[in-house]
Design a protein. Structure first.
Length: 72
């Protein structure tokens, strides 16, 4: 084989591998962004559930009802 042909083929292979690595890095970045968005949504949902659980506690409900009737 001619040396120039080998160098050209190796250059093409390196360029293709570089493109594949860049595409994989972009895909991983997109997945990380989506996972982060999902984690933020789960955190907000967990906070809402915690708030509802706190307010639906029978002691809290009755104490707030008593406070509401005492104000009148």
């Amino acid at each position: 084989m001619d040396t120039n042909l080998v160098i050209t083929l190796l250059t093409i292979v390196i360029i293709l591998l570089s493109l594949v690595i860049i595409a994989l890095l972009a895909a991983v970045t997109m997945v990380i962004i989506k996972v982060n968005r999902i984690a933020r949504n789960v955190d907000a949902i967990t906070e809402n559930i915690s708030s509802v659980t706190h307010w639906m506690n029978p002691a809290k409900v009755f104490s707030e009802a008593v406070k509401a009737f005492r104000k009148r």
